[in-house]
Design a protein around this ligand. Structure first.
Ligand SMILES: Nc1ncnc2c1ncn2[C@@H]1O[C@H](COP(=O)(O)OP(=O)(O)O)[C@@H](O)[C@H]1O
Ligand SMILES: Nc1ccn([C@@H]2O[C@H](COP(=O)(O)O)[C@@H](O)[C@H]2O)c(=O)n1
Length: 404
């Protein structure tokens, strides 16, 4: 695995409360220097780097899917554009539910003023699901382009949408069908006053969609408002986040973007490196990370809280080691079906990097043998760096936990 990319990924995902560990099992002594830097605790194996690298190469990263719903002209598209703009360092694509409006029959086209474009049946939801499924699977898709002036899809042109880190699905009824909702990692409802929406709709439909004011008002009263009350508003309950005032609400959009960034960080890391485990953050953990980052902390406090954090990482790392089943008889005579720790466990700490973790490992594993590895870097800034590895006074067979 390219060491740098692993380090960078860790760094990017860390925030103030990240603790990572990478594991693999080995029964041979350490031999490869190439995987010797990156995380906090890991068992040492020459194959670890290779398997993680192949996981990185072959792994398909699941995109983060965001649904954005709300009434007509509430500002859904505007909010999506703002999110996309602020997530500029991620690949984000927008899919509009409008693209999946069904084509009208000749009869329907003749009496288009009687057609209800706000009813769930107006959309080809099966096609939408197929398209979203492909995108989630990492395939690119051709999305139809809808022509609002002529109420039909452009038959000869499509918009190619590539697989991406983030997929935003936007539309008045994207929360209506449970199968569509189930695709979403986050649901946003844009909540804008009905009068404002109607005013915007009149302006937009007359300027951009080739309508006259009368037809907009007629359609609004007959179909748009009733369907909003019957289908759109009831789907608001599925939203995780409700944004009042749409695109004017910069605070809400900032918070949403921050949340997506955090999710993408952890999401990516664990997907790319299948042997990376991220310890669940708690206020205790964040509190300790805050203390040790405070430049005014005293040395004894720094040591105390670092040790506590290290202990958590070591405990967590041990939890990923193999075990065997074991039964014991309790003092009251009942049988307890438990597990036994792995028998042969050794620690290897990287000199000047993992030694601070040795005490925690000793405290957790009675009598554990800990060896040391010295990694010597030759080379200068800007020049090629080679590493020489030296195993200092150690012999042990079994599971290795490397501390670095
Ligand atoms: N915060 C806003 N202030 C003023 N006009 C807005 C605002 N948000 C959207 N609009 C306008 O209202 C219309 C509908 O907005 P849009 O984002 O396309 O809504 P939706 O996608 O929900 O139909 C567009 O013409 C847009 O320029
Ligand atoms: N041929 C069509 C298709 C749809 N509409 C209206 O579009 C609205 C949904 O789009 P928004 O951008 O406003 O979310 C919906 O309310 C339909 O009435 C249309 O007028 N003609």
């Amino acid at each position: 695995m390219p060491e740098k990319s692993m380090d960078n990924a860790m760094e990017a995902a860390s925030g103030a409360h990240f603790s990572g560990l990478r594991l693999s099992s080995s029964s041979s002594a350490p031999s490869s220097p190439s995987s010797a830097k990156a995380s906090s605790v890991r068992s040492f194996s020459p194959s670890a780097a290779a398997s993680a690298a192949s996981a990185a190469a072959g792994a398909h990263r699941q995109p983060f899917v965001i649904g954005v719903s709300g009434g007509t002209a509430s500002g859904k598209t505007t909010v999506c554009d703002m999110i996309i703009q602020q997530l500029h360092d991620h690949r984000v694509v927008l899919v509009n539910q409008d693209s999946f409006y069904r084509g009208l029959t000749a009869e329907e086209s003749e009496r288009v003023q009687d057609y209800n474009f706000d009813h769930p049946d107006a959309f080809d939801t099966e096609q939408l699901l197929e398209c979203m499924g492909k995108l989630k699977d990492g395939q690119s898709v051709n999305v139809p382009i809808y022509d609002f002036k002529n109420h039909r899809r452009c038959s000869e042109s499509f918009r190619k949408v590539n697989a991406s880190d983030v997929i935003i699905l936007e539309g008045i009824l994207v929360f209506h069908d449970q199968r569509v909702r189930d695709l979403m990692d986050m649901k946003i409802f844009v909540d804008t006053d009905a009068d404002i929406r109607l005013a915007r709709r009149i302006r937009r439909d007359t300027v951009e969609r080739g309508r006259d004011v009368n037809s907009v008002l007629e359609q609004y009263g007959r179909f748009v408002k009733p369907a909003f009350d019957d289908f759109v508003l009831p789907s608001k309950k599925y939203a995780d986040v409700i944004i009042p005032r749409g695109g004017d609400n910069h605070v809400a959009i900032d918070l949403i973007v921050q949340h997506i960034r955090t999710k993408l960080g952890q999401h990516d890391l664990c997907k790319i490196y299948s042997t990376v485990f991220v310890i669940q953050s708690t206020f205790q953990i964040r509190g300790m990370h805050t203390l040790i980052r405070d430049r005014d902390i005293t040395t004894p406090d720094f040591v105390f809280y670092s040790d506590r954090l290290i202990r958590l990482v070591v405990e967590h790392g041990l939890g990923h080691l193999p075990f065997t089943e074991k039964q014991v008889v309790t003092p009251t005579g009942s049988v307890y079906m438990g597990v036994d720790f792995c028998k042969k466990l050794c620690g290897v700490s990287i000199v000047r990097s993992g030694e601070s973790m040795e005490n925690a490992l000793r405290a957790c594993c009675k009598g554990i043998k800990i060896g040391k590895i010295l990694i010597h870097r030759d080379g200068d800034k800007g020049k090629q760096v080679t590493r020489r590895i030296k195993l200092l006074s150690f012999s042990c067979r079994g599971e290795f936990l490397s501390l670095e």
